[in-house]
Structure formats: C-alpha cells, structure tokens
Design a binder for this molecule. Sequence first.
Ligand SMILES: Nc1ncnc2c1ncn2[C@@H]1O[C@H](COP(=O)(O)OP(=O)(O)O)[C@@H](O)[C@H]1O
Ligand SMILES: [Mg+2]
Length: 283
Amino acid sequence: MYEEFFGFKELPFNVTPDPRFLYRSVSHRDALAYVTYGVFQRKGFIAMTGEVGVGKTTIVGAFIDLFEPSLEVAFVFSTRFPFDQLLFLICKDFGLEADGLNKAQMLLLLNEFLIRQNEDNRNAVLIIDEAQNLSPDVLEELRMLSNLETRDRKLLQIMLVGQPELETLLNMNELRQLRQRIPGICRISMLDREDVESYIRYRLDVAGRRGNAVHFTSDSFDEVFHYSSGIPRLINILCDRVLLVAYVANTRVVDGRLVREGIRELESPGMSSGKHRAAKPRA
Ligand SMILES: Nc1ncnc2c1ncn2[C@@H]1O[C@H](COP(=O)(O)OP(=O)(O)O)[C@@H](O)[C@H]1O
Ligand SMILES: [Mg+2]
C-alpha cells in the first residue's frame, strides 16, 4: 500500500525468505560457505543452528537456489514424528512412491534411488528444518541412514537445521557417534548495529528505492537494533510497520521517534505493558 509513495517496486520487508534479498553478513556468508562445503565434500552430516528468525531457512533457500541443477533435495519440517513417518516423508519428497511400504522396503527404495543419483553425478541432500524437535532415537536412525555409501562417498548428505536447542541435543552423550560425524556446528549470529543498518539499506535498494525517496536517520537504526536485537525477522516486521507509520504521517524521513511510534503500534494490541516485546528473542 505504501510502495508507490516511497517508489518501491515491491515490499522491502516481506517476511517470506527470498534469496534475492539475501544480505550477506559475515555470519550468513560463513553459514552459506559451511553448508556448501559440507554438501559438496560429502561430509554426510552438517548442522546449522540459530535463534528464531535469524535467517536459517533463508540460507538453506539461497544454497538450493545457487546449486539446484546438481542437487536432488528433500526438504522436511520436523515435528515429533517416529522414524517410519519421517522416512515416508523423505521418500515422498524425493518423489518416490512409498505408499504402503514398510520400513525395510522404504530403506531399500531410498538406497536404490541414492545409487542412481550418485551414478548421475547428482548430490542427494536431505534437509531437516526445525530439527531441534527430533528425538534422540530418530537422530540415531538418521545416522544409520547416512551409512548408505559407496566405497568412497556418502550417498546422502543430511543437513540438520534448528534452534539453539539442537546443539544441546547433539551434545547428548548417547548421540556422541553422530556428533563426531558433524564437522563443527555452524551457528548463525544476530546482526550487530552496523549490520542492521546495512541490512536495512540493502533491502531498501533491492526493493527498488529511487534516489532518496526514503531516508532512515542514524538514530532510527539505533532504535531498530535495540528493539530487534539484530534478528532479521523482527527487523522486517518493525520496518514494515515503520514505513506504514511514515506513509500515514506523509513523510519520507524515518527517524528514531517514528521507529518508537512503530514499536508502540506493534506492541499495543492486547498488551498490558508497552515495555513488552511481541517476540522477544532469547539473550
Ligand atoms: N541474511 C538475510 N538477508 C535477508 N533477509 C534475511 C536474512 N536473514 C533473514 N532474513 C529475513 O528474516 C526473516 C526470517 O528468516 P528465516 O530464514 O525464516 O529465519 P529462521 O529460519 O532462522 O527462523 C525472513 O523474512 C528473511 O527474509
Ligand atoms: Mg526457519
């Protein structure tokens, strides 16, 4: 609704992960490099963690976007499935017909599929998002799954993506065999104050800002940083609201006062105290 007023071609602060808007902070760049290295070196297992909204799924999307032609990807959101159900979803996502098959049959089917992919020089990647929800038993079964290999290479790369609790899970004593397989765990960090500023400027540019149609002052970045703790999702939600506030106020200058106004609006519905944050990240 405010796009035209500011001269945007599209909304700059959409919350859907979109690789075109990928801002490469040092941490996001490292994460992309880690994932790429792990998959193409066929490490078998890789793990990426970070707070809610920090950009994990975005990095996964960017990775797939970059290497799509040489990958065969299955993408699964983990809830608390037993392994059989997870296996069924994996087969489905790889495009395999697994209806009515038992576990052994599904494993056989998957194995044949992976061997074919390998012969075609395609790298099969299983991505499990929200992997902090997996049970230790299921993780142990996944380790067995990653044992599928030819003489010299892993047939399946398993990428575990999740909130910081995933690290605690992987560090459990009973999972030490799995843990030893993972080459470090990549943790995406929140943006610092400078990154928050660059991040906002970058998204405004990608959305097609014309000249100086909208100007964020230095103290506006301070306020956004303070509110969001450098979590991109919170930055997006806030900046979207702030642009709306600016539009309504008929101004193209976003300053600290305007950002605080946006924060008040976000916090007001159903909140008893204005000090409360809607989605306060853990420290
Ligand atoms: N590096 C980044 N560049 C651009 N946008 C990002 C970046 N990281 C996160 N975002 C944005 O923040 C929001 C939340 O990111 P997401 O990947 O869903 O977080 P997570 O999976 O860690 O919860 C998305 O709208 C995404 O576009
Ligand atoms: Mg996510």
